[in-house]
Design a protein around this ligand. Structure first.
Ligand SMILES: [Zn+2]
Length: 736
């Protein structure tokens, strides 16, 4: 709401908003009436601090120069953040060093040698009106964790580079063994590391991945500098680490890369790719594509360039040489905190990654700017004597772009402590690439996130929750391939997207430690992802010209954190969690006849269900009912207790410890089959990074591995019953 006001009218308008909020707000989830009144005062003070001008100033600091993971500039920015945080009043500011297997480019050459000669530019041409795009510090084309090597071979077009694409090539008698595959970035997004693994498994010598104008270029709309979409020369860099197997430093799977830590040989690291890979602009891909012979590619494989795409054969040959500098280097995580006044050993953790592929206009510096204003405002509250009741921990991660490395190593280092202390982790990666709010949360925190958005206004003047609802409804109408919607078309009951995959720094918290996570971001038309054009100019012309959404992000991030930090009883809703889990199970059943649900008739049960060729989830469903019933009773008991206003500190502490334990109980120590690092039994990610609910069970069902499916169903049922019992126990304590 403040974002709409000009600075001169701010004080008056602010007073009006204040009293409006105070009168209208009766209660906040997790707060007694007295605490809620105090919380509103705190939040109003908090919201007055961030300003669009300051957001813009901070954004310029971070987007001034390229700052890839481990680079000199990125390390200077770590120092800058630490110094700013100290000035802002944060406590215990420390820079953690991790010695990790890093990746840097040395040189790359790509030339088509037949049927004609073409030397690929592998660089982005400057845009005359955008001075930053002229910087000599901009890297050429490279993909993190590519191996070094050299090959001269035919080039084959393999569409999105997914397994089914190679099946189609095989049908046409085309093998990619020893050849160079040319694939394209796909829409919906599929992680390039999965494309690289697939190419490696197919025996290709190298993978080239290009940005087709159909996905993020002129077929979508006007391109930079006339619009937000990707121009002819934009190159989407990125890492190809197989972090869907295990994220972080490939040589320390499951433990922290503190200096001197044990390391496995890189040859044994499952997440280290064994293939050469390079990204291309469509400008560089075009000569290869249009020279190809072989059968015409199917309709779905055609792209936005003005010629017919072919699968390729022997006609197009290319010479590719990549030299990488992969090896141990330090990454730095900055950590600061404001110690809690009442419960210093309960932590609300927040984070954003600092490293960018180039300037990082959206990704991640929009988030970094919002974070710097967040810490400024939190420091301001502390100076005014308003210390949070729980401890706020803020982190600036390094190497997110290279396999989620900084957050993973930090999480692994402090896993035991976090298991005892962490209330939630709030991630902001890209704060804004446009006006459409997208909020993710584990289902237990979805209601509190929605409630928080009711206290804020979108720059259009609408309550943020209404703007959010409009986005969700529009996506639903358009049948968008958003993660909000499952393949069966079932929509979440909540506005929050409770289907959480991987691809950002929340992963270690949720999947390895069992910390409830939230992810916040504003999205829009954005075609310059991971390219040199994702910069200050782009943000000021397309992404968020007035920095209103940056400001709103700071406010939302802060309010969410403050509510979690100041609540009397932690605002988890386990009845909501239960109904979400029921939905996940129903979707698994809807997608597979061999999954027997309790609603199945005896006929259906008997019908062609030879023993050992199906999995019966009716006991799982019963345990969901049990967990839900216990969650509802606890919700009622807690809200009665809160409105009575009588809570002593000891009871509060006991209850909160118990409430925090619920998420930890979703972890299976053995991990999901084949991926022991990923321990959460409700949330996981596919190799593409796409969300994957009930990961162990779902993958077993998809493979028709019924013994494993049965075993995973037992794990799920056991966790549900354990949590139902925990909630019943907490309920009794509330009643006492
Ligand atoms: Zn990012």
């Amino acid at each position: 709401m403040i974002a709409l006001l000009t600075s001169t009218m701010k004080p008056l308008a602010f007073l009006i908003t204040l009293s409006f909020a105070t009168i209208c707000r009766a209660q906040i989830l997790g707060f007694t009436p007295a605490s809620a009144t105090r919380e509103i005062e705190i939040e109003n003070k908090f919201q007055a601090v961030p300003s669009p001008d300051e957001e813009r100033r901070q954004h310029r600091v971070f987007t001034q120069e390229p700052h890839t993971a481990g680079s000199k500039r990125n390390n200077e920015l770590a120092q800058y953040i630490a110094a700013e945080w100290k000035k802002q009043g944060l406590e215990d500011v420390v820079i953690h060093r991790y010695d990790v297997y890093g990746t840097n480019p040395k040189s790359a050459v790509l030339e088509m040698i037949a049927p004609t000669h073409y030397q690929a530019l592998l660089r982005e041409n400057p845009i005359p009106v955008d001075d930053d795009s002229k910087s000599p510090a901009i890297s050429g084309a490279w993909l993190g964790m590519s191996i070094s090597g050299e090959v001269t071979a035919p080039v084959i077009y393999a569409h999105s580079g997914n397994p089914e694409d190679y099946d189609l090539l095989r049908k046409h008698g085309i093998s990619v063994k020893g050849k160079i595959v040319l694939v394209r970035y796909s829409n919906p997004y599929s992680y390039r590391g999965f494309k690289a693994l697939t190419a490696q498994r197919e025996g290709a010598a190298a993978m080239l991945v290009y940005s087709d104008p159909q996905e993020d270029g002129y077929k979508k709309g006007k391109v930079d500098p006339d619009g937000p979409w990707g121009p002819e020369y934009h190159i989407q860099r990125g890492a190809i680490t197989y972090d869907f197997m295990v994220p972080g430093d490939p040589q320390t799977p499951g433990w922290a890369s503190v200096p001197g830590a044990r390391r496995i040989p890189i040859e044994e690291a499952v997440s280290a790719p064994k293939i050469m890979a390079l990204p291309l602009s469509w400008h560089d891909a075009q000569p290869l594509l249009e020279s190809m012979d072989g059968p015409a590619a199917p309709k779905e494989w055609q792209g936005g360039l003005a010629f017919e795409y072919h699968l390729g054969g022997e006609r197009v040959k290319a010479h590719l040489k990549i030299e990488m500098d992969n090896g141990i280097q330090p990454y730095y995580v900055v950590e600061g905190r404001i110690r809690g006044s009442a419960f210093p050993d309960e932590w609300v953790v927040m984070g954003n990654h600092r490293d960018a592929w180039v300037f990082g206009g959206v990704d991640p510096s929009s988030g970094t700017a919002s974070m710097m204003e967040l810490t400024c405002a939190l420091g301001e509250l502390k100076k005014q004597g308003m210390r949070p009741r729980r401890t706020l921990v803020v982190c600036s991660w390094d190497g997110e772009e290279i396999g989620l490395t900084g957050s993973t190593e930090w999480g692994e280092q402090f896993a035991d402590e976090l298991r005892h202390k962490a209330v939630a982790y709030i991630n902001v990666d890209e704060a804004t690439s446009g006006p459409n709010f997208h909020g993710q949360a584990v289902a237990s925190l979805a209601p509190m996130l929605e409630e928080t958005t009711r206290s804020l206004r979108d720059p259009s003047g609408k309550p943020l929750c209404d703007a959010w609802k409009a986005v969700v409804e529009r996506e639903k109408r358009e049948g968008a391939q958003s993660s909000q919607f499952s393949s069966s078309g079932v929509v979440n009951e909540t506005l929050a997207d409770t289907r959480i995959g991987s691809g950002s720094d929340h992963t270690v918290f949720l999947n390895f430690i069992g910390v409830p996570v939230l992810g916040l971001g504003f999205e829009g038309d954005y075609g310059v992802y991971h390219s040199a054009y994702d910069d200050f100019y782009w943000m000021n012309h397309f992404g968020d010209p007035g920095y209103k959404y940056h400001t709103l992000m700071t406010q939302l991030w802060g309010l969410t954190a403050l509510r979690l930090a100041n609540a009397d009883l932690l605002p988890y809703d386990f009845a909501a969690y239960a109904s979400n889990i029921r939905q996940f199970v129903a979707e698994l059943g809807a997608g597979n006849k061999s999954v027997i649900l309790s609603g199945a008739s005896s006929n259906e049960r008997a019908e062609s269900k030879a023993p050992g060729s199906a999995v019966d989830l009716s006991e799982v469903e019963k345990s969901i009912d049990e967990f839900e019933a216990a969650g509802k009773k606890l919700n009622d008991a807690i809200s009665r207790k809160l409105s009575s206003g009588s809570l002593d500190q000891r009871l509060t502490a006991t209850l909160n410890q118990g409430l925090m334990q619920v998420e930890r109980n979703w972890l299976n120590h053995d991990g999901i089959p084949g991926r022991p690092w990923f321990k959460h039994i409700l949330y996981g990610a596919r190799y593409t990074y796409a969300h994957l609910e009930l990961p162990g069970l779902t993958e077993a069902v998809e493979k028709q591995d019924w013994p494993t499916a049965k075993q995973q169903a037992d794990v799920l049922e056991h966790a549900l019953r354990k949590n139902a019992e925990l909630l019943r126990d907490l309920n009794q304590r509330v009643q006492q």
